[in-house]
Design a protein around this ligand. Structure first.
Ligand code: OGA
Ligand code: MN
Length: 422
C-alpha cells in the first residue's frame, strides 16, 4: 500500500468514527471538517472539499453558542476554502459574520475589502476600507488599498485631485519600512505611476529607487512585476540577438502587403481600430487592432489581415507567445502616451513602421525606452524590451505600426510552455 492510500484509509476511518458518534457538537464538526479537508486534498476532490466547507459554515452561521476561538478558527478556514473554490460571494457572508462578532479587529474588514477588490467590486471595497479607516485612522494597509482604488479612478477620469489623494493614501505604507513588507509590488508600481502623472517626478523616482532596493523591480528602469530570473535585460535589442533575425528579414520582405492590409483596415468605417482604454494615453488618439492575444489567433482580426497573420503564425516564437500580442497600432497627430512599463520580462516587443510621418525633431514622433530614443521608419523593424520604462510621442501626423511580441530568447522551451499567460 502506498503512503497516500494508507493515509486515505486512516482519514476515512476517522471520518466514519465521527459519523457514528451519537451526538455531534460544533467541536466534532470542526474536527470532521479538518479530516474532510485533508481527504479532499489527497483525492483532489471538490465534492469532499464542499462537505468540509459545509461543516465550517454550519459552525459559523448555524447559530449555536460557541466560543470565540472556535468561531474564528472555523471562519478563517471556511473563507480560505470558499475563496479557493471560487465562492467569493459565500466567503463575504462569513467575513461579515466575523466583522459583526469582532467589530474591533482591523483584519476582518481588511480581508473583506481585499476580497471585494479581487471580485472586481471596487465600490464595495472602497466602502469597506473607508469604514475601516474611520474606525482606525492608523490603518496603513486599508489606506493603501483605498489609495490603490482611487488611483485607478483617477487614471480613468484624468482627475488630478483624485490621483493626489490616492498617492497621499498609498505613500505612508510604502515609505514605512516595516509596513512596506505587507504591501504587494503593485503598490510601488501604482504609487510611482500616480506621482508621474501628477508631474511629481522626483517623488516618482524615489519610489522607483526604493522599489529597486527592495527588489520589487528588477531595476530602476525595468519595472515589470511578472519576471523570470536570469534573463538578459537591455532596453534595446539588436535584431541579431533576438534569435529570429531571418524571420524578421522575411517580415520586412513582405512589407508591402502588410502595409496594404493595414491601410485597408484604416479605411474601414466600422470594425476597425479600437480606442486604447487602459488609461495609458495622455493626449490625442491611440487605437489598436488585435491579431494575436496571449498566443491565440483572433479570427476576426486575421480575416481582415490574413497575410500579416500567416506571417506571424509561421514564427513559433511569436505565435506561441502567451505573454504577448500581435496588433496594429495607430496614432493621430497630437498623441502622447504616458511613460509606462509592460507586465513581464519574458517577452521582447518588435515594431514594424508602416505609415510614418516626417518628424520635426528628435522627440516629436518617437518612442523613448529607458534613456534612449527610437524612431520608426517605414518598412523597418526595431526591437525593445517593453518591461523597461517607455513613453511615446506622435505630434507630426498619422502614424501606424505593427507591434509583435516574441519570447525572450533566453527562455527555455520548457519555460515557454509552462509559464501562465499574461
Ligand atoms: C508599446 C507601446 C505605443 C505605440 O508598444 O508597448 O507602448 O503604439 N507602443 O507606439
Ligand atoms: Mn507599451
Amino acid at each position: 500500500m502506498t503512503n497516500d492510500q494508507a493515509k486515505e484509509n486512516r482519514l476515512n476511518q476517522l471520518n466514519q468514527e465521527i459519523e457514528n458518534l451519537k451526538s455531534s457538537s460544533p467541536q466534532t464538526s470542526y474536527v470532521q471538517a479538518g479530516i474532510l479537508e485533508q481527504l479532499a486534498e489527497l483525492k483532489r476532490s471538490n465534492v469532499i472539499l464542499e462537505r468540509a466547507i459545509h461543516f465550517y459554515r454550519e459552525i459559523v452561521l448555524g447559530g449555536q453558542a460557541i466560543d470565540d476561538e472556535l468561531f474564528k478558527k472555523s471562519a478563517d478556514k471556511c473563507t480560505k476554502l470558499m475563496k479557493f473554490r471560487g465562492w467569493n460571494q459565500e466567503a463575504v457572508k462569513i467575513m461579515r459574520a466575523l466583522i459583526d462578532r469582532f467589530p474591533d479587529e482591523d483584519a476582518y474588514r481588511q480581508q473583506l475589502g481585499v476580497t471585494y477588490l479581487q471580485m472586481g467590486q471596487n465600490d464595495l471595497a472602497k466602502h469597506v476600507f473607508n469604514e475601516q479607516i474611520s474606525l482606525n485612522d492608523q490603518d496603513l494597509f486599508s489606506k493603501a488599498h483605498l489609495g490603490f482604488i482611487l488611483k485607478s479612478e483617477g487614471v480613468q477620469e484624468g482627475n488630478t485631485e483624485v490621483l493626489q489623494k490616492a498617492a497621499d493614501l498609498m505613500a505612508p505604507s510604502i515609505l514605512d519600512e516595516e509596513k512596506s513588507k505587507d504591501m504587494q509590488n503593485l503598490f510601488y508600481f501604482h504609487l510611482g505611476d500616480a506621482y508621474r502623472r501628477l508631474g511629481q517626478s522626483e517623488q516618482a523616482d524615489e519610489i522607483f529607487k526604493l522599489g529597486t532596493e527592495r527588489r520589487v523591480f528588477p531595476s530602476f528602469w525595468q519595472r515589470s512585476l511578472y519576471n523570470e530570473p536570469n534573463l538578459k535585460a537591455q532596453p534595446i535589442w539588436p535584431l541579431q540577438e533576438t534569435g529570429i533575425l531571418r524571420q524578421l528579414q522575411n517580415i520586412k520582405a513582405n512589407f508591402k502587403v502588410i502595409k496594404e492590409e493595414a491601410l485597408a483596415l484604416q479605411r474601414q468605417k466600422s470594425g476597425g481600430f479600437i480606442k486604447e482604454t487602459e488609461g495609458l494615453k495622455d493626449t490625442g488618439y491611440w487605437g489598436q487592432f488585435d491579431l494575436f492575444v496571449q498566443g491565440r489567433k483572433k479570427a476576426y482580426g486575421c480575416s481582415i489581415a490574413p497575410v500579416t497573420c500567416s506571417l506571424m503564425e509561421n514564427i513559433p516564437e511569436i505565435k506561441t507567445n502567451r505573454r504577448g500580442q500581435v496588433k496594429f497600432s495607430i496614432m493621430k497627430p497630437g498623441t502622447h502616451v504616458h511613460a509606462h512599463s509592460g507586465p513581464t520580462n519574458c517577452r521582447l516587443r518588435a515594431h514594424l513602421g508602416i505609415k510614418i510621418p516626417p518628424r520635426q525633431n528628435e522627440t516629436s514622433t518617437a518612442i523613448r525606452v529607458a534613456d534612449q530614443y527610437l524612431h520608426w521608419e517605414e518598412g523597418e523593424i526595431f526591437v525593445f524590451d517593453d518591461s523597461f520604462d517607455h513613453e511615446v510621442w506622435n505630434l507630426d501626423g498619422e502614424r501606424i505600426v505593427l507591434i509583435f511580441d516574441l519570447w525572450h530568447p533566453g527562455l527555455s522551451a520548457e519555460k515557454r510552455a509552462s509559464l501562465p499567460a499574461i
